[in-house]
Ligand binder design. Structure first.
Ligand code: NDP
Ligand code: BG6
Length: 521
């Protein structure tokens, strides 16, 4: 077989950069379009949406015919909106901010105030859209981005439908829905029904920004584009899997939302279950949005329902106490602004999950996520079984560490394989060594940049389908409800981990009972 050249993704294998750029990997510039942001006076617009659109513009990935209309109830002028967004972009990019790029980009930003539940407001919005579409030549292609609190989703979706703004007459009309997608199974179903009354499924983009992280997408490439790993990706060779998303941040300014959500709604129903599905799914016959999403649903349907009569063997919850982080005292969750001093909201959860199918029978998946932990880290680690026969046991005192494959989602995005290698010298002495691939120095799009681009391209692969949202709620709603019903015990156990620690000690027990241990944070 002829050997082809190695191609550079800007990545780095064992410190050695491989040069060359593979043709065909360049990103396409989408067709002309506009983005209408609902909730444009808010935090998400400032921190993520506008900075992401600005960066796409700065790296020449936005169409040249493009504009944004920001909408919210607050009445402000186009120029005040542009000024406020300039501050936001400067905050996001500091030294990478370019005054000249901003001048051109800012001329594509407009603002109009909208009372979300007033129907006439949408007629005004439609008139403004039609006029700007003529000026900018965006051919009627539109993205409606719902960056409002979830309570506002329903009136916006309904009114877009009533005003005829969801109809695809001469251009696409896509709608992006932020998380949280419902707060339980019933509310998620209701939101899906509301969406379906005005938009077809191909128009609906349910956001999960974890799916857009480069390394999360790479899980599928790694599994299905290499023949090496797939044959051992099953219960015969894998002992267990760990999925960790640990954060150093506390609740910040989001107590209003977080107090009613808690960590299972905030992180598990979406990000962590999506990571689980990508790790556990079967190979789809073809790599397209529908096939990938079909396979993910099969995983969710195979997850064993939690045994509500025996939660301690499957779940550990925690809430952070005060502690020291990077040399600074930080408050307990209950002393954060907007949080009740008696709050029973969990900020940490560890779950043990089983997937009842041929591939994963008997292989536990341990999932954990928490705020105010010692490290910011998201990773999936695949823990292989030990070697079947220890032929070195008479010459070596220590047991041999099984192989571990680590898919690092963030930071230091990449893949590591821990394996055994002999020390140099005549003694038989093994060391665990690391073979490492790192995306360090690679050109990476931020999750929001990627999903905005995909939404413009009409690619739903990185978005969650209606049945995907519902199926995760089918699993988690009974668990959340049962845990909430136990609030009489929670005030006693919370807080149960210090800020800056690796979480509650009970989480260590969850694995210890099975003769296993978490990877250190
Ligand atoms: P904000 O609380 O900042 O709200 C956005 C805007 O919505 C506000 O500026 C306000 O504009 C309007 N608004 C707020 N409350 C109401 C209300 N009760 N009725 C009508 N309008 C209201 O939200 P974020 O920007 O933080 O988040 C937007 C969405 O994105 C949410 O669904 C959130 O869960 C999700 N999200 C946010 C993340 C973040 O990092 N911020 C991360 C992931 C998801 P005005 O008063 O001018 O109308
Ligand atoms: C959001 C959660 O979806 O994800 C936040 O609402 C969390 O609570 C955030 O902090 C984590 O995202 P990232 O990309 O910083 O890991």
């Amino acid at each position: 077989m002829a050997e082809g050249p190695l191609h550079d993704m800007g990545g780095n294998v064992s410190g050695k950069v491989i040069l060359g750029t593979k043709p065909g990997c360049r990103m396409d510039i989408p067709a002309p379009c506009s983005v209408v942001i609902f909730g444009a006076s808010g935090d998400l617009t400032r921190r993520k949406i506008i900075p992401s659109l600005y960066r796409l513009f700065a790296i020449d990935l936005l169409p040249s015919s493009f504009f944004v209309i920001g909408t919210a109830r607050t009445p402000i002028s186009d120029s005040a909106f542009r000024d406020s967004m300039q501050e936001a972009v400067k905050d996001a990019f500091s030294e990478d901010f370019s005054e000249s790029s901003w001048q051109v980009f800012s001329e594509m930003l407009y603002y109009t105030s909208v009372e979300y539940d007033v129907q006439d407001a949408y007629v005004g919005l439609r008139d403004k859209l039609l006029a700007l579409e003529k000026t900018h030549g965006t051919r009627g292609n539109r993205i409606y981005y719902l960056a409002t609190p979830p309570a506002v989703y329903e009136p916006v979706i309904k009114n877009l439908g009533i005003a005829g703004l969801s109809k695809e007459d001469g251009g696409y009309r896509h709608i992006v829905i932020e998380k949280p997608f419902g707060s339980d199974l019933e509310s998620a179903r209701h939101l899906n029904r509301t969406l379906a009354a005005s938009f077809a499924e191909h128009q609906i983009y349910r956001m999960d920004h974890y799916l857009a992280k480069e390394t999360v997408q790479n899980i599928l490439m790694f599994r299905f584009a290499n023949s090496l790993f797939e044959p051992v990706w099953n219960m015969r060779y894998i002992d267990h899997v760990q999925i960790t998303v640990s954060e150093t941040l506390g609740v910040e300014h989001r107590a209003g939302y977080y107090e009613t959500a808690g960590v299972i709604r905030d992180m598990f129903q979406n990000h962590i279950f999506q990571l689980l599905a990508m790790t556990a799914m079967e190979p789809p016959a073809i790599f397209n949005a529908e096939s990938v999403r079909d396979e993910k649903i099969k995983v969710f349907k195979s997850v064993r329902p939690f045994n509500l009569e025996d939660l301690p063997s499957q779940v550990v919850e925690g809430q952070y106490d005060k502690g020291t982080m990077e040399g600074k005292e930080v408050p307990a969750y209950r002393n954060e602004p907007g949080v009740s001093p008696e709050s029973t909201t969990p900020t940490y959860t560890a779950l043990k999950v089983h997937i009842d199918n041929w591939r994963w029978s008997g292989v536990p998946f341990y999932l954990r996520s928490g705020k105010r932990l010692s490290m910011r880290k998201a990773e999936i680690s695949i823990h292989f079984r030990p070697v079947p026969h220890l032929m070195f046991s008479h010459t070596m005192e220590e047991s041999i560490e099984p192989n571990v494959l680590i898919l690092r989602v963030q930071p230091d995005e990449g893949i590591g394989l821990h394996f055994q290698a002999k020390n140099s010298g005549s003694r038989v002495c093994l060391n665990t060594v690391l073979m490492n691939f790192s995306y360090q120095n690679a050109f990476l799009l931020d999750g929001y940049e990627r999903v905005l681009l995909d939404c413009m391209q009409g690619d739903q692969m990185l978005f969650v389908r209606s049945d995907g949202e519902e199926q995760t709620w089918v699993l988690l709603t009974p668990l959340i409800e049962r845990l909430a019903a136990d609030t009489d015990v929670r005030p006693g156990i919370f807080p149960n981990y210090s800020a800056g620690s690796s979480g509650p000690v009970q989480a260590e027990e969850l694995l210890k009972r099975d003769g296993r241990a978490w990877r250190p944070l």
